[in-house]
Design a binder for this molecule. Structure first.
Ligand code: N01
Length: 557
């Protein structure tokens, strides 16, 4: 065959890279940075027309991170963390997106990213031992290494409300919010859902809209954010200690999603077992955490997620807070979550959420009493009434953790489909690899701490693990890595055992896939914490990459 013919065939098969990364959010950007630093030629595909992933799509009013800005940021560059100035305790979506864009520019990442490319297939070619990736837009690329940086909450759940397609006014999904924003001035608005997204959006929409009706199926626990502008003095004193803070975040020693007090400290205070506390002590600790604000409230009492009694006591405390804030007793009662343990659905962090129900233009419809019958052309028909409105907001959640992976036709060795392999729920080794899918890594995949952690801490740990693994392979003269099926099965059994030792699986949450009809019920995140998980990973590496199997491709010789 002529050389021209050979190169044409090669072009048809796709341009050759050393690694293909799918997704350009925090995970994809850091993976690209590290892979390029290691001298690899990388192609990144991203569906959006900009970088940012979750923070590119979730532009709904009030969107901000519930991990504190000083902790929810990259740690890999000490210069970056010293240079960047966060303006608020909890950063807004636009500020986080600006940060991500700044990182992409500062480290010259954009030149390897192809935007507006939605990956359709990723197939492993047994003979060539390469991943062959195609996009819906017609791109083709091949590489020995394929890294999924597709995010845990990146695929909005299809709205499963009867008649939603018959609504004639504008309707918006919080997870796919229009870039130009939505003006609610003078409008009657209906919001379905009361998860984190809705709890952030509702207070902001209420201030603009003429009338807001919230349709609530399950009330949620929410803790005040007590957000505020970051003071210069505080930041100036915090920044010299940044390295120590990061070390604690990585070890999981700091409470919540990362402590950001001026001086880092090894443990959050209190955190005592509930049985050891008198009523006064219990209340004092909870009040202290409530006044501090944020998701770390769940760390106030050590056995909150372990014992029903402790959990109930903490839940009662929050109920009292809701009842004290919301003036109408019937609305307050409807807003008190009683059907799941606190923390078993992701705790929400809000700014004036419960207070919003004291406004004259806001009304709560409790769907447990009067369920939605169907959406009409101009509102919602419940079992009791027709509620008219002009704009419908669907804050109905995500096909979490597996949605983005299974949305792509992924096939491993011998053409095995990921969708078939995961038909009864995700199977991974450490949330990092899938047995039978060589040289294929998932960043913060199911089976890793992922959504139960500060995502950036977990992303950096996974990417660093992959890079160490690649360096190990180079040193050993091998170029293929896979997970052993037995190691994978044992890991998933362990993930489930850890979850079952807590109250987490009792929530019927998206952690379990319970929010998506027909999705297998498997508790997906690893609930032992980032510190324990990191130690497990380090021990596995020390045991010569126990559970991983390495080989040499024909190309490597
Ligand atoms: O989604 P959710 P989300 N009829 O699944 C309701 C992260 N996040 O986008 O509980 C009526 O929590 C559903 O009701 P129910 C964070 O990890 C982070 O709010 O199924 N209602 C529920 O109330 C979070 O946990 C941040 O009974 C229906 C709501 O819709 C995750 O994203 C901000 C319904 C969905 O809540 C997901 O949060 C935002 C139906 N047919 C999000 N279908 C921060 O960092 C669904 N619902 C701050």
């Amino acid at each position: 065959m002529s050389t021209i013919e050979e190169s044409r065939q090669e072009l048809d098969q796709g341009e050759r890279f050393d690694a293909i990364v799918i997704g350009a959010g925090f995970a994809g950007l850091y993976a690209l940075y590290r892979l390029r630093e290691a001298g690899l030629r990388v192609r990144v595909y991203e569906a959006g027309d900009g970088v940012g992933g979750t923070w590119y799509w979730n532009r709904y009013p009030g969107a901000r991170c519930d991990a504190e800005s000083l902790a929810y940021s990259f740690s890999f560059s000490p210069d970056l963390e010293q240079e960047w100035e966060w303006t608020e305790r909890y950063a807004t979506q636009p500020e986080i997106l600006r940060y991500i864009e700044h990182v992409a520019g500062r480290f010259d990442l954009l030149r390897d990213i192809r935007l507006e490319r939605r990956v359709a297939t990723a197939h492993y070619e047994d003979e060539a031992q390469l991943w062959n990736v195609t996009t819906e837009q017609g791109d083709r690329a091949r590489a020995p290494l394929c890294i999924m940086a597709t995010g845990c909450l990146s695929v909005p759940k299809a709205p499963d409300v009867p008649g939603v397609e018959t609504f004639t006014g504008p309707q918006y999904l919080t997870g796919l919010w229009p870039h130009e924003g939505v003006d609610f001035t003078g409008q009657r608005v209906g919001v379905i859902g009361t998860g984190s997204s809705a709890i952030q959006a509702i207070p902001v929409i209420a201030k603009q809209a003429a009338q807001l009706t919230v349709f609530q199926r399950t009330p949620n626990f929410s803790v005040p954010a007590h957000n505020h502008p970051l003071e210069d003095d505080f930041v100036r004193q915090f920044k010299p200690n940044y390295r120590e803070h990061r070390r604690f975040h990585k070890l999981g020693l700091a409470g919540g999603f990362g402590d950001t007090e001026i001086e880092p400290r090894e443990r959050t205070p209190a955190a005592e077992a509930v049985m050891a506390l008198s009523d006064e002590e219990f209340t004092e600790i909870c009040e202290d955490y409530w006044a501090t604000g944020g998701a770390r409230f769940l760390a106030a009492i050590a056995d909150t997620m372990l014992k029903d009694e402790a959990n109930q006591r903490v839940a009662d405390f929050v109920h009292q807070k809701i009842q004290a804030i919301v003036k109408d007793p019937a609305t307050a009662e409807a807003l008190c979550p009683t059907s799941h343990p606190i923390g078993s659905k992701r705790i929400c962090v809000d700014t004036g959420y419960f207070e919003t129900y004291n406004r004259d233009n806001v009304r709560l419809v409790d769907l447990t009493r009067t369920p939605i019958d169907h959406v009409t052309a101009d509102g919602i028909q419940t079992s009791a009434e027709h509620v008219p409105f002009d704009i419908l907001v669907l804050a109905t959640g995500f096909d979490a953790m597996t949605g983005a992976l299974l949305g792509i036709d992924i096939r491993g060795a011998a053409g095995e489909r990921l969708r078939d392999k995961w038909a009864a729920g995700p199977q991974t080794y450490l949330g990092l690899m899938v047995s039978g899918f060589p040289n294929f890594f998932t960043i913060t995949g199911p089976g890793s701490p992922s959504v139960l952690s500060n995502m950036i801490v977990s992303i950096e740990q996974h990417v660093d693990f992959i890079m160490d693994c690649l360096a190990h392979m180079k040193a050993e003269g091998v170029d293929q890595v896979d997970a052993e099926a037995e190691a994978e099965a044992q890991w998933m059994a362990h993930v489930s055992e850890i979850a079952n030792a807590t109250l987490m699986p009792k929530g019927g949450s998206w952690y379990l896939g319970a929010n998506v009809p027909g999705k297998p019920r498997v508790f997906m995140p690893y609930a032992a914490g980032v510190g324990v998980y990191r130690e497990v990973c380090e021990q596995i590496v020390a045991d010569d990459y126990r559970g991983f199997v390495f080989s040499r491709s024909a190309e490597a010789g």
